[in-house]
Design a protein around this ligand. Structure first.
Ligand SMILES: Cc1ncc(COP(=O)(O)O)c(C=O)c1O
Ligand SMILES: N[C@@H](CCSC[C@H](N)C(=O)O)C(=O)O
Length: 466
């Protein structure tokens, strides 16, 4: 039989069960009996290994197309990074130097700062979207032990040219070097991107996000090249960071629907970002370094052709993900939108990748752990609103947002005869919706990633007004 596709292998879970159970059994057991004290068995103690965790690791191995012994399921995404850093940092006889991006998930920044302040690592941050300055920095340092990359970044959606950076580091340091490239793949998931295939040594994901998708567990997965995998296992076994049997079982279940969930979430994000531009009057996406756009309404999404790094992102990823962000140019306005009582579907919640749509203000929530002074230095927009699309009907998501925009005073919906007008009060953009015309009901978006026309029954302004 030919090799099954990723989508197929995620639902076809192979496991051994003497009763032929359709679903892998949950081995909620700490210990496993030995037949004799002298005969080593596959499992003895759940910290060291558990059959349910093994099935999960096999599933993730299928997703990343590696051997099962290269995959480790741990208790959270942050645990995954912690284990990786311990594995690599403990290896060196000097204070290791880590190069990391300058737009990182808040928890990652916090952990790196923690190591730095305890003199356990020297952390150098750089704009990893600028490959040339990354290369210049790398060349200027005496030694680099770890390169930590996140792409696209959470929440500014900045894209690092991962294949180019990996190729540079590998060429520069040689195949047996101790300098390791680590990629946080949470924003993509293994379904959209496989950084091991273009040279990363270790990849991790917060399984809490897309992999599980239901916000009922915390989890992390580590996928390691064969040479480092045994050291990663050593640290996990020594510290007890392995994912619990119950959470492993739930994650096996979550993974089965990863492809359908992610597909629908991405379509929603695609339609929503076009709609924010074309109907609501948000300007096309810009990088934060573009000073011209400050104080403008903008939307950032790597799935929009207008994103300055759209082509780069598409060149090595299979999808855009479902996280987008908007800026209003006015912190108070953003706060009014996010706290609007008219938001019924978008939940004000941290995290992303869930079947439910979430709205948040990173500076106050997911990225609050980054020192405000550092956020300022990095021109991190305080008015940024992050939108993480779930699988609901897009029109309901649109109505909800329109209502919040209206209540917050960003837009006004005016009824004139049969026509409904959307007036963007901040920039004067106007969209007209005539209930007699069909094009407003069916809003067509050519989806650049999946190469198809998405026909979405978009929010009619008329209905929103009602
Ligand atoms: C990009 C990214 N990496 C890592 C993590 C950490 O994952 P976890 O919350 O599962 O520890 C998060 C979110 O928390 C994240 O957004
Ligand atoms: N209070 C938490 C915040 C978690 S943010 C989770 C997620 N990565 C996101 O980006 O929303 C903390 O201090 O870590």
């Amino acid at each position: 039989m030919s090799k099954p596709s990723l989508n197929t292998s995620l639902v076809s879970v192979s496991h051994k069960d003497k009763y032929g159970s359709s679903v892998p059994p949950l081995y909620q057991s700490t210990t496993f009996k030995a037949s004799s004290f002298s005969e080593l068995q596959e499992y003895d103690y759940t910290r060291s290994g558990n059959p349910t965790r093994t099935v999960l690791q096999q599933q993730v191995a299928n997703l990343y197309e590696v051997a099962p012994e290269q995959v480790f399921a741990v208790s959270s995404g942050m645990t995954a990074l912690d284990i990786i850093l311990r594995t690599l940092v403990d290896n060196s006889d000097h204070i290791p130097t880590i190069i990391a991006g300058d737009d990182l998930y808040g928890g990652t920044q916090r952990l790196l700062t923690f190591l730095q302040t305890r003199n356990q690592a020297k952390v150098v941050h750089t704009d990893t979207t600028d490959s040339e300055s990354f290369i210049t920095l790398f060349n200027s340092l005496d030694h680099v032990d770890i390169v930590l990359l996140e792409s696209p970044t959470n929440p500014l959606l900045k894209v690092a040219d991962l294949p180019r950076l990996c190729q540079f580091v590998k060429q520069k340091t040689g195949p047996d070097s101790n300098c390791k490239i680590v990629v946080d793949n949470t924003m993509m998931s293994g379904l959209n991107s496989n950084p091991l295939q273009y040279g990363a040594d270790l990849v991790y994901e917060s399984g809490t996000k897309y992999l599980n998708g239901h916000h009922d567990i915390m989890a992390g997965v580590i996928i390691a090249k064969k040479d480092v995998a045994p050291s990663v296992y050593f640290v996990i076994n020594s510290t007890g960071a392995g994912l619990s049997p119950m959470d492993s079982w739930l994650l096996i279940r979550g993974l089965k629907t990863l492809s359908v969930r992610l597909y629908k979430q991405q379509i929603n994000a695609m339609v929503l970002s076009h709609w924010l531009q074309d109907v609501c009057g948000f300007k096309s996406t810009q990088l934060p370094s573009d000073n011209k756009t400050i104080n403008q309404l903008q939307t950032r999404f790597v799935g929009l052709e207008s994103h300055p790094q759209f082509d780069l992102h598409k060149s090595f990823n299979r999808g855009p993900g479902a996280v987008l962000s908007i800026e209003t140019g006015d912190v108070a306005l953003s706060e009014r939108i996010v706290t609007s009582k008219r938001l019924q579907i978008w939940a004000v919640t941290v995290s992303f990748g869930c079947v439910n749509s979430l709205i948040s203000m990173p500076c106050k929530m997911s990225h609050a752990s980054i020192d405000p002074e550092l956020r300022k230095q990095r021109a991190f927009p305080e008015d940024l609103i992050r939108l993480c699309c779930g699988i609901e009907d897009i029109k309901d998501l649109q109505y909800d947002l329109l209502a919040a925009f209206e209540e917050a005073g960003l837009i006004e919906l005016q009824q004139r005869g049969n026509d409904t007008y959307l007036l963007n009060k901040k920039n004067g953009h106007v969209a007209r919706n005539n209930i007699g015309e069909t094009y407003q009901e069916n809003y067509n978006v050519y989806d650049q990633f999946f190469g198809q026309q998405i026909v979405s029954n978009t929010a009619s302004l008329h209905r929103a007004k009602l």
